[in-house]
Design a protein. Structure first.
Length: 227
């Protein structure tokens, strides 16, 4: 009985299904030439791919790395993003008595991975100019929100006209708090009992670097001008 109740809670088949459902909430941005969709790798990119395809908007990737608690990497004590942005979750840090040297060590490690991912996904292509663009930042869900917060703060420095955070599912408090940073927050589903992003998907396996590259290439082909 408990297993049946648990399965009934799952509302997305996979990240692509979640992206299709999320895109319906973003319909006002369809066919707007100022819109650019950014996926947070790796899991946010399949969701963002479907959003960009539905909105007929270009897709790109914005690399942000979660700072996981040592021994419990899924628990975020903060995040870093391009441009030297670092966001810390002080509640987690204080409750677990995490020292500054530990935070710095984790940040150094994640910085190397951030740089590796940027090379893997973007090669030598420059990041698009975001000045006056309407940027929709997409992830597969919001738990603590540290990663998304770092992304919003980093992107704010590039001068977009509007920053929209968009996720298929998120914790209520996290969705509320991000509204103080982003111009708009679209959480398609806000469960009363959230617990974790993965609980709302039937299939939530890890997205590979190869899948991210493949989706970016497919999106670029869709948006290529006709000869």
């Amino acid at each position: 009985m408990l297993a049946h109740a648990f399965l009934m809670r799952r509302i997305f088949r996979d990240r692509h299904d979640a992206g299709i459902q999320l895109a319906a909430e973003l319909a006002p941005y369809k066919n707007d030439p100022a819109v650019l969709v950014l996926g947070l790798p790796r899991g946010g990119v399949p969701v963002a791919y479907e959003v960009a395809r539905s909105l007929r908007a270009p897709l790109d990737v914005f690399v942000v790395r979660k700072l996981g608690v040592p021994g419990h990497r899924e628990l975020a004590m903060g995040a870093i993003a391009s441009g030297g942005v670092r966001v810390l979750n002080h509640d987690v840090i204080e409750s677990l008595h995490i020292s500054e040297p530990i935070i710095d060590a984790v940040a150094r490690y994640e910085q190397k991975e951030l740089e590796r991912q940027q090379r893997a996904y973007r090669d030598d292509f420059p990041f698009p100019d975001l000045a006056d663009r309407k940027v929709i930042i997409v992830d597969d869900g919001l738990a603590t929100g540290s990663t998304m917060l770092a992304a919003v703060r980093a992107l704010r420095q590039t001068g977009p006209a509007r920053i929209v955070v968009a996720v298929p599912v998120g914790a209520a408090e996290t969705c509320r708090s991000l509204r103080t940073e982003a111009d708009e927050v679209v959480c398609a589903t806000i469960p009363q009992d959230f617990h974790a992003v993965s609980l709302w998907y039937d299939e939530f396996s890890q997205t590979s670097d190869e899948e991210v590259r493949s989706l970016l290439e497919a999106a670029a082909a869709h948006n290529a001008p006709a000869c």
